[in-house]
Write a protein that binds this ligand. Structure first.
Ligand code: 3HC
Length: 649
């Protein structure tokens, strides 16, 4: 069956796109639309309604076609033809009208949105700019600075805002087709609005423009597309519509061939591939509505808040009443923060807290479907918690550990039914960070794995499956490049040189700044715990231990790798630098000077070789698992795809 069909509703032609899952404007859709346009130009209905089946209006061009040469009809030509149609075209929008979908709506003479619809130009997130008139038509329809905001940030807006800006002519809460037919009949009897392409672009003073664009692009770091999108909207203001369209297409085609766009398209699909496993195909997950959390510290409270915000019931258990109250206060603080920021209403806030209980005994977990342990990182403590859970919980309840590096196989083996145990490694702050490492012990049952994936989905998390090893995927790679950064210090670099190289590469923070922020005592405690297991032959850098021995734990003590003044800006720490030079001398290492490129070659090389080992050992099933983890756990620049993508590129 054709992906585009036309049916008459009285004297109105209704053109329907049906190309699941998101009605992407594939070659078949473009071809179908062109045929529908030609047919309606011939049959001359009073007006045409363009609507989509399924969950969404057109969510963009078909990204899967971007690795091959484009096939006719080209989207810009098709949209020009729709805009030039002799009959009014009404775009009836539900779900998301994104990228090419938004551009298709802009080519129509009228736009009607369902009240839940969203519209936007997210091409920048794929390293692109709109390539079919988005940056040209939009600033001719709405305030050019608002058009720039949509194109530069890539963030979609809701129907009410789209209506306020003039992007939607009307919004409806009723049946979309019925409302669109009414709009079409009105449009048929009114003079046609002037096509956007032939409208004059409004003038925007250079100073106003530059200030607004500087603000919009301030978070772009090394990513080019937001700057290119801004330049394209500026071109559209400085040229007539047809000329601007040509310039936009040229820019789009150049960016489509760029390494940043290839990386961003890779990571787009990678994020949709991870967390899928044949093991759970056709398997029904166990229920997850009723969650238990053991431990009310930063991690436990973040997990509890994430579950509450997702509408789940949460019972938190702490070792005594004081700790339970402190845990409850942390959770209430997070939920209260969501209220303050306007993310939830007062009624929702109150309902969420009604779904939350705290206790100092495990009895409250008797009805829990799934319990997540988030207590101190110590195997004996974890085993005690799991023994208590086994006694208190119903036998079919899933028991999960939030350990970030302990052996989940050993934890599973400590209970009678190890098939019910799985690792759920959240990242801090757990109510914000999207990544969730699902750690898969050898003994886990398929439906327990399916339950973990289902929970990730209901929490809105991005699940990556990891095998059992010290640190799983994320922390294992992080430990290895942190170690490499320490070697670099002994070999000749200084902390600020390593951090600057990492920031210039596109990481949000350097490794030493990050450690100062997290607290140096955390890593110190972990190193002490592992000291006995460390092979004598392993190169070991003492510098961070020496810093900690002096009671300097980073930001919280005002001293760490850096010194922190009143305003919190890190300053080079002469004592630490002297210590580094002394350690190189003590180990008879001749210090060499490293440029930023050499520093990054060592750090990246280390991420890649640890990643390769993780793949060989089967800890990660694919390079996508590693890259998605690095991008989402540690801010590896998304526009570089991830360490493994870079290696293969
Ligand atoms: N092309 C091809 N496939 C797409 C697609 C697109 N534009 N958008 C989504 N898909 C696929 C996904 O890969 C996924 O496939 P899978 O089921 O095989 O894994 C499926 O559709 C569903 O997507 P999600 O899992 O992301 O579903 P959600 O409901 O969570 O989100 C969405 C839906 C908001 C539409 C989200 O998919 C999205 O943001 N898509 C990308 C939108 C976009 O960037 N559009 C611009 C494209 S570039 C363009 O239009 C250029 C033009 O200017 C010329």
């Amino acid at each position: 069956m054709s992906v585009v069909t036309t049916q008459m509703h009285g004297d109105i032609a209704v053109v329907t796109i049906d190309n699941p899952p998101v009605n992407a404007a594939s070659q078949a859709v473009r071809q179908g639309l062109l045929a529908a346009l030609q047919a309606t130009e011939k049959s001359q209905p009073a007006a045409v309604v363009l609507i989509c089946s399924g969950r969404s209006f057109v969510a963009g061009a078909d990204i899967r076609e971007f690795d091959k040469p484009f096939l006719e009809p080209m989207l810009p030509d098709l949209l020009n033809a729709i805009e030039a149609a002799t009959r009014p075209w009404i775009a009836a929008i539900h779900g998301t009208a994104l990228g090419g979908g938004c551009e298709l709506a802009l080519a129509c003479s009228h736009r009607l949105g369902l009240s839940t619809a969203k519209i936007g130009l997210p091409e920048v997130n794929l390293g692109l700019i709109p390539g079919a008139g988005g940056t040209v038509r939009l600033p001719r329809l709405i305030d050019p600075l608002e058009a720039a905001r949509l194109a530069v940030t890539g963030k979609p807006i809701g129907a009410a805002e789209a209506h306020k800006l003039g992007l939607f002519d009307a919004v409806t809460e009723d049946d979309l087709l019925t409302a669109a037919l009414t709009m079409a009949r009105d449009a048929a009897s009114q003079p046609r609005p002037k096509p956007l392409l032939s409208r004059e672009a409004p003038a925007v003073a250079a100073e106003t423009w530059n200030t607004a664009i500087a603000k919009l692009t301030s978070k772009a770091r090394g990513q080019h597309s937001p700057h290119e999108a801004a330049a394209s909207v500026r071109d559209a203001l400085d040229h007539d519509g047809i000329t601007a369209l040509g310039l936009e297409r040229e820019r789009f085609m150049r960016l489509k061939g760029s390494s940043q766009s290839a990386a961003l398209r890779y990571i787009f699909f990678a994020e949709r591939t991870v967390g899928k496993t044949p093991r759970t195909k056709g398997i029904t997950p166990r229920p997850t509505a009723n969650i238990g959390v053991v431990g009310g510290g930063t991690m436990g409270a973040g997990i509890a808040a994430a579950a509450l915000l997702a509408g789940l019931t949460v019972h938190m258990v702490e070792r005594d009443l004081d700790a339970a109250n402190a845990g409850a206060a942390r959770v209430e603080g997070i939920i209260g923060g969501s209220l303050k920021r306007g993310l939830i209403s007062q009624t929702r806030h109150d309902t969420l807290l009604q779904n939350f209980t705290t206790a100092s005994t495990y009895a409250s977990l008797a009805t829990a479907d799934l319990v997540i342990e988030a207590v101190f990182e110590d195997m004996d403590v974890k085993k005690q918690v799991f023994a208590a859970l086994e006694a208190a919980c119903k036998p079919e309840a899933v028991l999960a550990t939030n350990t970030s590096y302990l052996d989940v196989n050993e934890i599973a083996a400590s209970v009678k039914d190890p098939s019910r145990v799985v690792g759920l490694h959240f990242f801090s702050p757990a109510h914000i960070m999207k990544l969730l490492e699902i750690v898969v012990p050898e003994t886990v049952a398929d439906d327990v794995l399916a339950t973990a994936l289902q929970l990730a989905k209901s929490l809105g998390k991005l699940p990556v499956l990891a095998g059992v090893c010290d640190g799983f995927i994320a922390n294992r790679i992080m430990s290895s490049y942190r170690r490499e950064a320490d070697y670099l210090l002994e070999d000749g670099a200084l902390p600020h040189e390593v951090d600057t190289a990492m920031r210039d590469f596109g990481m949000p923070m350097g490794i030493f700044e990050m450690q100062d922020l997290a607290g140096l005592d955390i890593g110190w405690a972990a190193r002490k715990r592992r000291a006995t297991a460390r092979p004598a032959s392993e190169r070991y850098v003492d510098i961070p231990d020496r810093i900690c021995e002096q009671g300097n734990f980073g930001r919280k003590t005002g001293r760490g790798w850096y010194l922190y003044g009143e305003d919190g800006t890190p300053q080079r720490n002469p004592e630490v630098e002297a210590l580094i030079l002394a350690e190189s001398a003590r180990k008879n290492i001749t210090r060499q000077s490293f440029g930023a490129e050499a520093i990054m070659a060592r750090i990246l090389g280390c991420m890649q070789s640890e990643g390769a080992a993780i793949l060989t050992e089967g800890i990660a099933a694919s390079r996508e698992d590693i890259d998605v983890t690095m991008v989402n756990a540690f801010g590896f620049p998304r526009w570089k795809g991830g360490p493994m993508f870079l290696r293969d590129a």
